[in-house]
Design a protein around this ligand. Structure first.
Ligand code: M6R
Length: 608
């Protein structure tokens, strides 16, 4: 996720570009840059780090011009650096582009353009865009952008300026947001409305593949076939703060809703309908994979819970023994590591102190280390041997939601990749698993749409002091994550138990009215779970049960059932966690808690 802005008018562009970007920093902040054209000359200032650094830089060396574009970056392709920061240019330095999104076929475009003599200086996918526009330029910037966009696969919101037509700004979007602000003699583009709210409340909300041409005379809209189109102006009535959350009351709720897209992005170019799992990010040879005698998965909090699911997937599919540990324990317990051990560190932020220490310990003991992280250029990403990113976009709420589900996806991908290389699954099995995996975003969407039952359960139970979660196998792992979510944001005491363990102690806590969330998605454990549910309802527990659609037997034993769309048992956690996140969210809001910033917690724990 990145933020883009653009301006054309009578004033110097720089002031709006910096101000607009400041409203979009929530979309990414590892580097920033602006470009403007003055007297036919393109000037660009960009630098690694937060926008404040860029603002200081341009105070000393202003970027002159009344037409310009700007960008605040959340790195995907290429580490955060001055060079990889946007805006990017074509090799002739005549066209400048800012981009939010991912050009999925950038490697093939790059190869093709290279064969035509184009050269590239950055590691970004974006750099192909100005060069592609240059390739198609025959006197009309708009036409060249339309032709370039037709070649690009993936997602993009782009702003383009060129010294060939210094009085025009062209923009287009596909699957990444872009709006156009309309004021008197001044026109703007931006990734999100707050960037322009100080200037205007009249905007065009662009749809996919709508192209805009901004000049001093006004704004024209075009279809992908170059035909002029008309669009209604949208008048903004809400305030900037709400808009940064896209109208959601809290970032957590917004991030819960972003999961279908985040999951899809994380699978992009790795899990495809045809062929093998592609994992260019991990450079393990077949021989190295066959040599692995043991895998350690090490992480903290939610990431640790994702690791537990990872263990199940790797052992089931790749038949390699896995141990999962919390980083703060692992680092002090003299784990048995050698050069046949593979260590996987999972961390959303990539900065968690204990996880980083665990990574260093593993490396010092000659283990190969793979990082699964959401933040490009983070310490864990930099120090690991290989990195597999989760493409969740910035997670702002302290309670992890989309980071967890995308970490699960990365763990499945690793498991499948190892299994494929070790030939522990057949081609047919791989095809079936991939098919189910690719259907997950749609099923998550389906679950998010129906939340009234969860809202109602939350409303009836948020005053309880203790809530228990039980499950077996993967359902136990999801219970642990559901319980963590609930306690961290609602401050309700909560524990997760392996359902089979109840009679070894915890069942003593059950009395009339005790609230229990019982997960029963695992088919091979279903009957056993039903028995465990019976054991607690007999003692007066009030139960919210979870099962796959069609498994209606559970309804006889519980107070309320939430049915989850059917998928492979292995993927149940991706779906069953969604209502648990929502349950925690609604209970916390009903209690009036500060959902996005719960007490005593920080988003990134960089101290021991
Ligand atoms: O950034 P990390 O994934 O390394 O963070 C690990 C934990 O601190 C984190 O998952 C924490 O448990 C979350 N607040 C849970 O929602």
């Amino acid at each position: 996720m990145c933020g883009v802005v653009g301006y054309i008018g009578k004033k110097q562009a720089q002031s709006f570009l910096i101000e607009g970007l400041s409203k979009l920093e929530y979309r990414g902040y590892d580097s920033a840059g602006i470009a403007a054209i003055d007297n036919g000359t393109l000037s660009i200032v960009k630098c690694k780090g937060r926008l404040a650094g860029l603002a200081d830089k341009v105070k000393e060396n202003p970027v002159k011009g009344t037409i310009g574009i700007g960008h605040t970056r959340w790195a995907t392709h290429g580490e955060p650096s001055d060079l990889n920061a946007h805006p990017h240019t074509n090799c002739k330095n005549t066209i400048s582009v800012v981009h939010n999104g991912i050009i999925e076929n950038y490697l093939s475009i790059k190869e093709w353009l290279s064969s035509k003599g184009y050269t590239f200086k950055t590691e970004t996918d974006t750099e192909v865009i100005p060069n592609l526009i240059d390739y198609y330029y025959e006197g009309s910037l708009l036409d060249a952008v339309i032709k370039a966009a037709a070649k690009m696969e993936g997602s993009y919101a782009i702003g383009v300026i060129s010294t060939e037509e210094p009085d025009k700004l062209i923009a287009v979007r596909k699957d990444s947001p872009l709006i156009v602000g309309l004021a008197d003699g001044e026109y703007y583009v931006a990734s999100d409305i707050p960037a322009v709210l100080n200037k205007t409340r009249d905007v065009y909300l662009l749809d996919n593949k709508e192209f805009v041409e901004l000049t001093l005379d006004g704004v024209k809209l075009f279809s992908e076939y170059g035909e002029e189109i008309k669009k209604d102006v949208y008048h903004v009535t809400w305030n900037a703060d709400a808009a940064e959350k896209d109208g959601y009351e809290h970032f957590m709720l917004k991030e819960i809703h972003e999961q279908p897209k985040a999951i899809k992005n994380t699978m992009t170019s790795r899990v495809m309908p045809e062929g093998e799992i592609k994992l260019d990010d991990i450079r393990l040879t077949k021989e190295e994979i066959e040599n692995i005698s043991k895998i350690y998965i090490v992480a903290c909090g939610t990431a640790y819970h994702a690791g537990l699911v990872g263990r199940y997937a790797i052992e089931k599919l790749a038949k390699i023994p896995v141990e999962v540990d919390v980083a703060s324990e692992f680092r002090y317990r003299d784990p048995l590591i050698d050069d046949k051990t593979l260590t996987i560190i999972i961390s959303q932020s990539g900065e968690t102190a204990d996880s980083l220490a665990a990574l260093r310990l593993a490396k010092d003991s000659n283990s190969r280390v793979i990082a699964v992280t959401n933040v490009v250029g983070s310490s864990i990403a930099r120090e690991a041997d290989d990195v597999l990113y989760t493409w969740a976009g910035p997670e702002i709420a302290v309670a992890s939601t989309k980071a967890y589900t995308t970490q699960l996806i990365d763990m499945y991908i690793i498991a499948l990749y190892l299994a494929q290389r070790k030939e522990t699954i057949s081609k047919l099995e791989l095809e079936q698993i991939k098919k189910e995996m690719l259907a997950l975003p749609e099923k998550v969407e389906e679950i998010i749409k129906v939340k009234e039952d969860i809202q109602k359960f939350a409303a009836n139970n948020y005053m309880h002091k203790d809530i228990f979660f039980i499950g077996r196998g993967l359902d136990y792992n999801v219970s642990m994550e559901g319980s963590l979510k609930l306690k961290e944001i609602s401050y309700i005491h909560s524990e997760a138990y392996a359902a089979g363990e109840l009679k070894h102690g915890p069942i003593a806590l059950i009395e009339k009215g005790t609230v229990v969330v019982a997960m029963a998605t695992q088919e091979y454990l279903y009957d056993k779970m039903l028995s465990n549910i019976k054991e607690i309802t007999t003692r007066g527990a009030k139960v919210l049960g979870f099962a796959f659609e069609g498994h209606t037997e559970i309804a006889k034993s519980v107070d309320i059932v939430k049915y989850i769309p059917k998928t492979l048992e292995m993927f149940a956690p991706v779906l069953s966690i969604i209502p648990l996140q929502l349950l925690a969210y609604y209970m916390a809001t009903l209690k009036g808690c500060d959902v996005d910033k719960p007490r005593n917690l920080a988003k990134s724990v960089t101290v021991e």
